[in-house]
Design a protein around this ligand. Sequence first.
Ligand code: NAP
Ligand code: MG
Length: 501
Amino acid sequence: MENKLKTSKNGSAGSKKAALDFSSGWNYDPSPESKDHIRLEKKYGLFINGEFVKPSSGKYFGTINPANEEHLAQVALAEEKDVNDAVKAARTAYNKVWSKMPAAERGKYLYRIARMIQERSRELAVIESMDGGKPIRESRDVDVPLAAAHFFYYAGWADKLDYAFPNRKVSPLGVAGQIIPWNFPLLMAAWKIAPALAAGNTVVLKPAETTPLTALKLAEIIRDAGLPPGVVNIITGAGKTGASIVNHKDINKIAFTGSTDVGKLIQRAVAGTDKKVTLELGGKAANIIFEDAPLDQAVEGIINGIFFNQGHVCCAGSRLFIQESVAAKVIRKLKARMESLIVGDPLDKNTDIGAINSKMQLEKIREYIGIGKNEGAEFYESSCSIPSKGYFCRPTLFLNASQSHRVVQEEIFGPVLTVQTFRTVEEVIEKANNTPYGLSAGVWTDKGSKIFNMMSKMRAGVVWANTFNKFDPTSPFGGYKESGYGREGGLHGLMGYVNLK
Ligand code: NAP
Ligand code: MG
């Protein structure tokens, strides 16, 4: 790929000075990923009992590409009757096939699904970027490989549950209802389906309204892998469809990833029933830079933590804390790096920040930017250009923010970073923990002892040290406080899907 120098304002294109100065405009030639190999149906039915069927109401809704507002496909709207059909199929498959099958055989199906995700990885990555707006670099290098890795990992556990829980009698729960959000559509489906199946449960899963396509592609893979009908059912719809799953009497477990507000509704709905629940909810992670940190790496970690993926990450490092002695330096480097970020076509391999997932989400982010300005924090945004069509937002900072600001306390779920400073370890721990959330945090320092001290005092499910947003199927993930409960990933991820005696 060839780098081209844009003519800078003083006409110094091609000069050594211009070449070293990012703000004077290094430009990459467009490098769009091909869409030629993508096969999308005009209309998708509901995946129930191993086949795509029409919704009982006959109603469909559209899903669009948020980067250009183009219509991609029609998907079925599942209503209560369809939820009943899906749960019935899952129950029958559980009773007659899946809970009786030797565990090693269950594992073989999971391995097959993992391999098929790998085989179709290009197609899945492109569709993920088209339907949700995330840069192809992320869907290609993170979402899809991690989705396959989760199936591989849990395939390995399927026939080793007695070793996972020694001296306990392990049994599956039955039918799991799973509801996932729009920010990691395929990956969240993998996080939910793989451990459930490995432990011997069957599944009814609902993807988010704006990003149903990779879950439907996964349904095709599951069908092509020959998984017995009814073991996995994937039904599309809106919040109401999700609520019908939550309230269904024949479901034994609800696994939900999404907003804290809906998580609270779910908690209320299942209170007094014997349904098991795991909730992965919102976050407002602190990313803490100490004066002894490798500052250039830390700046990359800050950028990765909040701007890649448009800040559509529940564990995004959305609150930055910089030790006072290096604050000016870090902010200067951060602003310079923000200037070099490319916002635009998610299918372009050079794009750092893709499209905001939906118009509604863009409006929410804009509203928060307005709130931040009114609260008196110092507003700064990159001067980068953004496409005129589609939903885009420039990377944004709120400097000199204070603990009481709403932009510091509330989850924005966009490329907006609040910046605060601190002097002592005690001060930053108090500030970082002063949030209703507790999903993740980041610490940047040269001292191992400081890392261990911070880790023991941060009220967050994951604390990354000198890195950010790193995931592995072997490692459990989940929150404290209003970020939910239960863990996904690793051995802990199996616990939500088994009875232990
Ligand atoms: P959301 O509105 O809570 O939606 C999540 C899922 O729940 C979607 O499939 C949604 O369907 C469905 N839903 C909506 N109302 C429901 C109800 N009353 N009962 C049952 N299901 C219902 O969240 P979102 O806006 O899609 O996603 C963003 C949020 O998810 C953020 O707050 C983020 O922090 C959180 N998140 C957390 C994690 C984590 O691991 N902790 C991961 C990703 C995202 P529709 O989309 O069709 O409305
Ligand atoms: Mg879409």
